[in-house]
Design a protein around this ligand. Structure first.
Ligand SMILES: Cc1ncc(C[n+]2csc(CCOP(=O)(O)OP(=O)(O)O)c2C)c(N)n1
Length: 665
């Protein structure tokens, strides 16, 4: 048992590492680490099940610093408990280029950083996904292999963000009782006192969403510990309001927004040293305190050894399956199943919407990849995300494989990221492409983190028809393609949809978005090719009969139009080829020679996509012809819309011929 004096000194180690690192960097946020140091010390020394020597141990507790601006809190904890990645040198170089200690915690920079946080509200929503993944794997593998908590440190900001309500409601509904959120309840944000802008009774709010709540003095270690103990026994998720003073220990600035996000200054830090009785120079942690921290890190080892013994004793098949899933590897034989299914598609040539093609592919995939977890933000019947294998996950029963996320696109995407980060499951979730805007901040973070979350976005153009321009995406493909490390797939038929799914599942360090149609499309890939052609990002689908005068590039539903335009052009004596472009991002990864040859030098280049032009100049050049959208859509039956907006084979032929005759003049 740690004495109060020892606890205080251990917490002060966090405080001084944080204020000194921020001071040296001349930027950063000292207030939160100083205020939340007591909470963090109690959590890490008395509760956290982790092993700094084996930081990726699957059954570790997860800790999410949702208030990512307080990154020095996490870096201090990782250094003090003995994570190799965070040395004192890393702390001294807080926020410097090439160091792991970035301004906000970044997943992949160091073990112990479970997710990238900084955009407020994301972390708490990720944690819901982590807690859900834990329950799903527990239902499959039992308490022996999977039984851990997910802890979150949240500030006022995270709870004020809209996404928090989506996350809280989902967690409360699903009764994710191993999720424990510590709220650094300090009444201060950047603009000043919270009372400037918020009067929410947060405990009442989360209680209304089915949570357990507690309120404690966030500087009283025993009170904090008691609340965590009670939370661990709860049958619901818990929010513990820990009343704290931001910048605790700073003599004149504590309790004010002045300590939130700027260095304290030499004088204030000297005052804090005096007030807290800390006589050590910057970055020096006295050996008895460092030892106490390291011992707390080592103590956790015992639990891991016990777990390793249970894993070793587990049935060989179960153990192999658990380990495969945690490595993120697909089951052996996956490619063979896809190849066989592509053969069937080549024979059947189904004329279906790509949302249906996606469902058909998933029916095949879900049968052989048991770790996929489907879901939709209340559009299951439209997104076609549910297959025969995916029984719903219900409160208290996590044996299913389908999440009814509710009308919570942002919460869904962030929870999916949390599930992916947890490991052992592969989440995919759907909504309409136009509502990717509601999920985009989490989709961007999936890209930044480099993780395999798979977003299924149907109703991908004016082709959805009568719902009209609110529901018809026009700029969304370009907007998503603009996100670095994000594979946006827009398949043209059932074969391409299958290939895109294969790529989405096999690409572990890049998230994928599948943009899928509502309307039926004919098969454009009519012969079986074993190779995954979509892996090229763009490939020649139809060659020109003779030297190409025209190359038509298209994606998704407009490939059909491109093929019809090619036929018409050739009938009129103009050899034309068609390039299908299912994924810009993968195309860019091909060799220069492949890209140059594919784009080719036909005198006329056309792109057809029922969306805005942005991005297509890469294929057609600034003087290329673009057949697509130039503004918002309209509410009408689909056939009329394509005519109305001039996205037709005839329009393409006319434009091509006009250009060809101009060139020959
Ligand atoms: C989505 C988002 N909006 C705005 C910010 C900028 N920001 C960083 S911290 C912060 C205030 C957070 O207040 P609180 O959570 O109470 O943290 P504390 O002041 O206690 O450190 C803001 C607005 C952000 N990081 N993310």
């Amino acid at each position: 048992m740690t004495s109060r004096e020892k606890h205080d000194r251990m917490a002060n180690a966090i405080r001084f590492l944080s204020m000194d690192a921020v001071e040296k960097a001349n930027s950063g946020h000292p207030g939160l680490p100083m205020g939340a140091a007591d909470i963090a010390t109690v959590l890490y020394t008395r509760f956290m099940k982790h092993d700094p020597q084996n930081p990726h141990w699957p059954d570790r507790d997860r800790f999410v610093l949702s208030a990512g601006h307080g990154s020095m809190l996490l870096y201090s904890l990782l250094y003090l408990t003995g994570y190799e990645d965070i040395t004192l040198d890393q702390i001294k170089n807080f926020r410097q280029l090439g160091y792991r200690t970035a301004g906000h915690p970044e997943y992949g920079h160091a073990a112990g950083i479970e997710t990238t946080t900084g955009p407020l509200g994301q972390g708490i929503a990720n944690a819901v996904g982590m807690a859900l993944a834990e329950r799903i794997l527990n239902a499959k593998f039992g308490d022996e292999l999977v039984d851990h908590y997910t802890y979150v440190l949240s500030g006022d900001g995270c709870l004020m963000e809209g996404i928090s309500q989506e996350a809280i409601a989902l967690a409360g509904h699903l009764k994710l009782n191993k999720l424990i959120v510590m709220w650094d309840d300090n009444n201060i944000t950047i603009d000043g006192d919270l009372s400037l802008t918020d009067s929410t009774d947060q405990l009442a709010r989360v209680a209304a969403s089915g949570w357990n709540t507690a309120r404690v003095d966030g500087h009283d270690p025993e009170a904090i510990a008691g609340a965590i103990e009670a939370a661990r026994r709860s049958d619901r998720p818990t929010l513990i309001a820990c009343k704290t003073t931001i910048g605790f220990g700073a003599p004149t600035k504590s309790g004010t927004s002045k300590v939130h996000g700027s260095p304290l200054g030499a004088e204030e830090i000297a005052g804090a040293r005096k007030a807290l009785g800390w006589d050590y120079p910057p970055f020096e942690v006295p050996s008895d305190i460092l030892d106490a921290w390291r011992v707390s890190g080592l103590n956790a080892c015992k639990k891991r050894n016990e777990w390793e013994a249970r894993l070793a004793a587990a049935d060989a098949e179960i153990r192999a399956e658990f380990e495969r899933r945690m490595r993120g590897e697909l089951p052996g034989g996956f490619d063979a199943v896809i190849a066989e299914y592509k053969q069937k598609l080549a024979a059947d040539k189904p004329k279906v919407a790509t949302r249906k093609s996606s469902e058909m592919a998933l029916e095949v995939i879900n049968a052989v990849v048991p770790e996929t977890i489907g879901g939709s933000a209340d559009l299951t019947g439209s997104n076609n995300t549910k297959t025969s294998q995916t029984k719903p996950i219900a409160p208290g029963d996590y044996s299913g494989r389908y999440v009814y996320y509710g009308i919570r696109e942002h919460g869904m995407a962030a929870a999916m990221n949390g599930m992916t980060l947890h490991g052992g499951v592969i989440p995919y979730g759907g909504t309409f492409l136009t509502f990717s805007d509601y999920a985009r901040p989490a989709m961007r973070l999936a890209s930044l983190m480099g993780i395999r979350s798979i977003f299924v976005m149907t109703h991908d153009s004016i082709g959805l028809g009568e719902d009209g321009p609110t529901h018809q995406p026009v700029e969304h493909l370009a907007a998503l393609r603009a996100i670095p490390n994000h594979n946006v797939f827009r398949p043209a038929d059932a074969t391409e949809a299958t290939e895109c799914w294969q790529l989405a599942l096999e690409t572990t360090k890049t998230p994928s978005t599948l943009a899928l149609t509502r309307q039926n499309l004919p098969a454009v890939r009519t012969e079986y090719v074993e190779e995954n052609l979509c892996a090229y990002g763009a490939y020649e689908l139809a060659t020109a009969e003779g030297e190409a005068e025209v190359t038509i590039f298209a994606s998704g539903s407009e490939v059909e139009i491109a093929l019809a335009a090619r036929d018409q052009l050739q009938a009129r004596g103009h050899p034309a080829r068609v390039v299908s472009v299912p994924c810009f991002e993968l195309f860019e990864q091909q060799s220069d020679s492949y890209k140059a040859a594919l784009i080719g030098d036909a005198p006329v280049k056309i792109a057809i996509e029922a969306a805005i032009r942005m991005g297509w100049d890469r294929f057609i050049g600034v003087d290329g012809i673009f057949i697509g959208m130039h503004g918002f859509g309209a509410s009408a039956p689909i056939e009329q819309l394509y005519q109305h907006f001039g996205i037709t084979a005839e329009a393409a032929v006319q434009a091509a011929e006009a250009r060809l005759s101009k060139k020959s003049n």
